[in-house]
Ligand binder design. Structure first.
Ligand code: SAM
Ligand code: DTB
Ligand code: SF4
Length: 318
């Protein structure tokens, strides 16, 4: 079995190119050392502001640059957020993640999000928000509210990123992560697979995350949900083994991180998901909806995890 003390592109490629079962065995050994068998983290998403985003991210249904037929909605009110979070808690979520389709939060909206974070924390839930780019003082205000995680994905390699987004840069993404880390908020950052990027792009993204001064505790791996109307609507389907191998590599590089099998599970077979869990994914979103796209229904997730003898939170209100 190969061992590595530091990582670079070639070492990652070598890992991915060894026999599949060797890779999975190595990843599962790392996983077993750091997590209890069958353990799974459950998070629920809420889209607190929908559509009309000025950014042009080629995968995103919420970008104002593409006609995806999405109905735009203003910032949710506090009571509706609390109701959604209470429901998520009843269904067994440990963390409530709030997303807003913004380039960056305005000074008018940020205090409203701060109030939401406080209210969700009062319910006894962990909090995560994803609001676009942050300045240093925004991050401090969010920290002050008690925010646990800030989600801001690198999404791909720097080179590939510039082919799918023109309205902001990779450097902008890294700057936001810098402010999040400086404020003492946990980083949640990962990527999307299946946008037409190469294996090397995926490796470079993971190595950029690896080189951050504070290792992310939470790494979402999304599989592209092709959205009609976006430039990536017809992107070629990702081979499920490429997804599984990327999860395995993520587990090996980040032994202690929660790896979230994030968007795209609705289009995956149970067997693909099971392989992803074996390769090291140990967090999922539960609930019928992600931000705008479908997520597997609770019944399907419950049945899958039961078949695998893995934890599923019993519905308190069943
Ligand atoms: N505006 C904020 C931002 O860009 O950071 C927050 C919301 S944005 C929707 C959060 C993440 O959702 C993106 O970084 C991307 O990884 C993921 N995402 C968006 N559209 C997706 C799609 N069609 N398929 C898979 N993941 C997607
Ligand atoms: C992340 O990496 N994936 C989530 C969360 N962070 C905010 C979002 C997935 C969005 C999928 C497309 C949609 O629902 O609109
Ligand atoms: Fe979508 Fe976020 Fe890009 Fe806006 S910044 S288009 S919400 S991914």
């Amino acid at each position: 079995m190969m061992t590595y003390c530091s990582w670079n592109e070639q070492k990652c490629l070598d890992l991915l190119e060894q026999p599949f079962f060797e890779l999975i065995q190595l990843a599962y050994a790392v996983h077993q050392k750091n997590f209890t068998a069958g353990d799974m983290e459950f998070c629920t998403l809420a889209n607190i502001k929908t559509g009309a985003c000025p950014e042009d991210c080629a995968y995103c249904p919420q970008s104002a640059h593409y006609n995806t037929g999405l109905k735009k909605e203003k910032l949710m009110d506090l009571a509706s957020v609390v109701a959604a979070a209470s429901n998520a808690k009843l269904n067994g979520a440990k963390r409530f993640c709030m997303g807003a389709a913004w380039r960056k939060p305005s000074q008018k909206d940020l205090p409203k999000v701060v109030a939401m974070i406080r209210a969700v924390k009062d319910l006894g839930l962990e909090t995560c928000v994803t609001l676009g780019m942050l300045e240093a003082e925004d991050a401090l205000a969010l920290k002050e509210s008690g925010l646990d995680f800030y989600n801001h994905n690198l999404d791909s390699s720097a080179e590939f990123y510039s082919t799918i987004i023109q309205t902001h840069t990779y450097e902008d993404r890294l700057n936001t992560l810098k402010h999040v880390m400086a404020a003492g908020i946990n980083v949640c950052s990962g990527g999307i697979l299946g946008m037409g990027e190469t294996r090397v792009d995926r490796i470079k993204m993971l190595l950029t995350l690896y080189e951050l001064p504070i290792t992310p505790k939470s790494i979402p791996i999304n599989q592209l949900i092709p959205i009609p109307g976006t430039p990536l609507a017809k992107a070629p389907l990702l081979d499920p083994f490429e997804l599984i191998k990327t999860i395995a590599l993520t587990r090996i590089l980040f032994p202690e991180a929660r790896i979230r099998l994030s968007a795209g599970r609705e289009n995956m077979t149970d067997e693909t998901q099971a392989w992803c869990f074996m390769a090291g994914a140990n967090s999922i979103f539960i609930g019928d909806k992600l931000l705008t796209a479908k997520n597997p229904r609770l019944e399907r997730d419950r049945a899958l995890l039961k078949k695998l003898n893995m934890q599923f939170p019993e519905e308190i209100n069943a």
